[in-house]
Design a protein around this ligand. Structure first.
Ligand code: GCV
Length: 706
């Protein structure tokens, strides 16, 4: 009898434990749109009292997605079904949608939130505005803010806010670290994975209004009727969420799939091919956004194959797209293999001469830095250099050079560092953000894009914390004035925990994470030290590659006399591409900020720095402290264990162990290699690596990346 009772009790206990675990189980799929019940009962009741209905009087066309989202969110957050009504209910408080094309004070996609006699009025000029306003209201509730008396208006500062997917037709993703492509091309157009809808919801919630669905190293296959039909199916899913689709195109398509002998942009048959192709696309996808093009870069075809210019190529596509209001996003990521040149200067040299020669529906898409998404880069000199041609910002969310999906790197500080940099092109205050949003020059197109970090992993981004980078891109494209801390705060509260001390701890980790990564990989502006091809781990000793500018030596130039790339007048004079005000920030080695020093100066190992250390000591110190800080971050993460879902917590904790192992790998590799180059000893006080340089060089095989 006693045994029976004990068994029963045990069963009940186990059941309760299981239930509790199931209720909290979080695999990260819901991103920042978790909509879990607000745990503070008083707060929940307060919101519930103000949100009894959602009134959509005229069932404004295109607002169904917003209405559904609000109902779904409030059901989760407040635990109640919010009534859908036509007119605001007397004596009760609720949400009222208002679509007014003539509304003043906001742009086409902007919105207003106003407390009107207790009801929350969401006003937009378009359905997209109402959708963005709805997500803003939900964000306020998710982050525990007051909605009573609310009065705000918001419009995006950048018009084109896009993700660029480097997804291939075979399901792989170039530089993807979160599984396979989201797009199941083999199932499309017949089967629509519900995940496409969740992808659209997530994007809409942060204001992203376009997506380039395929890799810039583009297969011409995407322009066949078969694939246009598949892309159309995606476009149909995304449309209600205000998201347009775009495609990357292979410039040689007229040859590859059009049966022509050439892809020369001035050839009449080629021009007709593109016009017909564009017509075919718009017949299927009337709101198609346009083309993204990587031309004459890293082996991709382009107009220069026919002795034509970037302008010839871009303008030919622009002419075909113009009748449909489509655009061309022409990438500036070009660099000819010149062993004596400086890759830093390539994009500026190739594009600056064509300023003003591009058609009005062309925008030049520029990576944030002059080389290639390094952990820290100064800005590309093209920002501010093109006065008559709009320029777009390309950031990389996928962590190609940021430790793949095992290193925690919150990128908002990287984005902000670049956006806040003053180009000085029109005097002080001509920041990159102001160039991008068209306030420095009156650009007809404005754009900011992120190379997506999404994949088929259940949590979308591999590293659970990398979701915040996707989030940050959207928020900054909408408003580049928000701070990294504000973005982190919102994201943590919506995605991880609402317990303020834990929020503060996680935010602190986020805000330091990029700098820590820089310390143990690329201190003081050292760059391009990573492994060749796979771009994983350290390979500072790399002296031979298919191209000189794919080696590490090309960039760090370390020998017994010193280290760093001299880009001053006496060197490559890349600094000459910046306006004087910015040039002055970097050109004097005594005044150049330490984080950028090796980008612009070759200095002796014994050169004394403002930190009081010599160059050699500073480099060693950075590698060691960076690796140690990963351990400290891991400890801080352990302290928030009870506030974070166990699955997410354990996932991140495990990744920290890998991150530390790899940080020590970076440290040992670089310190040992540079010790060899400089013929210096590791200063006392730092524990000597327990392995030799030769042993460290072999580690890349252990990690199976080759
Ligand atoms: C899509 C870097 C990456 C390539 C990428 C290229 C680009 O070189 O390593 O994988 O190609 O940038 O941005 O075009």
């Amino acid at each position: 009898m006693i045994l029976m009772r004990f068994m029963k009790l045990l069963f009940v206990l186990l059941f309760l434990v299981f239930q509790a675990a199931a209720a909290r189980a979080e695999d990260g799929y819901r991103l920042w749109l978790r909509y879990d019940l607000i745990s503070n009962a008083a707060q929940r009741a307060s919101y519930a009292g103000k949100l009894n209905f959602i009134a959509n009087e005229y069932e404004y066309p295109g607002t169904a997605a917003a209405e559904e989202e609000v109902v779904r969110a409030l059901k989760g957050l407040l635990g109640k079904e919010v009534k859908r009504v036509k007119k605001a209910e007397q004596g009760k408080k609720g949400i009222v949608f208002r679509l007014n094309a003539q509304e003043e004070g906001i742009s086409e996609e902007g919105f207003k939130l106003n407390d009107q006699g207790g009801n929350i009025l969401i006003t937009g000029k378009t359905a997209a505005g109402v959708l963005y306003g709805s997500f803003e209201l939900l964000r306020k509730i998710q982050t525990g803010q007051k909605i009573e008396g609310i009065t705000m208006a918001s419009s995006p500062k950048i018009a084109l806010r896009l993700l660029n997917h480097w997804d291939n037709h075979n399901g792989t993703i170039e530089r993807g670290y979160a599984g396979q492509s989201l797009w199941k091309w083999y199932e499309l157009p017949e089967r629509i994975d519900t995940r496409y809808i969740d992808y659209a919801r997530a994007n809409a919630s942060i204001g992203i209004n376009g997506t380039v669905v395929n890799n810039v190293n583009a297969s011409a296959r995407f322009l066949t009727g078969e694939y246009i039909g598949k892309v159309k199916a995606l476009a149909d899913v995304f449309r209600p969420y205000g998201i347009k689709v775009y495609m990357s195109v292979n410039f040689a398509s007229p040859r590859l799939i059009g049966g022509l002998k050439t892809a020369d942009p001035l050839d009449e048959q080629v021009r007709t091919f593109w016009k017909n192709k564009v017509k075919e696309i718009y017949t299927e996808i009337p709101d198609f956004g346009g083309f993204l093009v990587k031309a004459n870069s890293e082996g991709e075809p382009g107009p220069m194959d026919y002795n034509r210019t970037h302008a010839d190529g871009a303008n030919m596509l622009a002419e075909a797209l113009k009748p449909y209001k489509g655009i061309v996003m022409w990438r500036s990521f070009v660099y000819a293999a010149d062993p004596k040149g400086d890759r830093f200067k390539a994009a500026y040299n190739e594009f600056k001469p064509f300023d003003g020669q591009f058609a009005e529906n062309v925008i030049i898409q520029v990576k944030n830095g002059p080389i290639d998404f390094m952990p820290r880069e100064p800005i590309s000199p093209l920002f501010g250099a093109l006065e008559k041609t709009p320029v777009s910002m390309e950031f990389q969310l996928t962590q190609e050079y940021l430790g793949w999906a095992t290193h925690w790197v919150f990128e908002a500080p990287l984005f902000k560092e670049c956006l806040d940099t003053d180009t000085h092109v029109k005097g002080k205050g001509s920041t990159v953000s102001k160039v991008l949003d068209g306030s420095v020059y009156p650009y007809r197109l404005t754009s900011m894009v992120g190379v997506a970090n999404t994949g088929s992993d259940r949590n979308w981004t591999g590293h659970p914390m990398a979701q915040a980078n996707w989030y940050a891109l959207g928020r900054l494209a909408w408003d580049h004035g928000i701070t990294s801390s504000e973005i982190a705060d919102e994201w943590v509260r919506m995605s991880l925990t609402s317990n303020t001390p834990a929020v503060e701890s996680v935010k602190k980790l986020m805000l330091q994470s990029r700098e820590v990564y820089v310390k143990y990989t690329s201190p003081m502006g050292l760059h391009h030290l990573m492994g060749e091809g796979h771009h994983f781990g350290p390979e500072p000793w790399l002296v031979k590659a298919p191209r000189p500018d794919w080696t590490a030596l090309y960039y760090h130039r370390a020998d017994s006399s010193g280290i760093g790339f001299d880009r001053t007048k006496g060197g490559s004079d890349a600094l000459g591409q910046y306006a004087e005000g910015l040039r002055k920030v970097y050109e004097d080695p005594e005044k150049c900020p330490l984080p950028f020093l090796m980008w612009f100066h070759h200095l002796s190992w014994d050169h004394r720095l403002s930190s009081g250390r010599t160059v050699w000591e500073e480099i060693v110190n950075s590698y060691y402290t960076g690796a140690e800080e990963v351990l400290k971050m891991e400890e801080a993460w352990q302290k928030v264990k009870t506030d974070i879902d166990p699955e997410v917590h354990a996932n991140v904790a495990a990744r920290f162990r890998t991150q530390y192992k790899e940080a020590v790998w970076w440290r040992d590799a670089c310190v040992l290699y540079f010790a060899q180059q400089s013929r210096k000893e590791i200063p006392s006080g730092y524990p000597l690596p327990t392995r030799t340089l030769e042993e460290v060089k072999k580690l890349v095989e252990v990690y199976h990346v080759r």
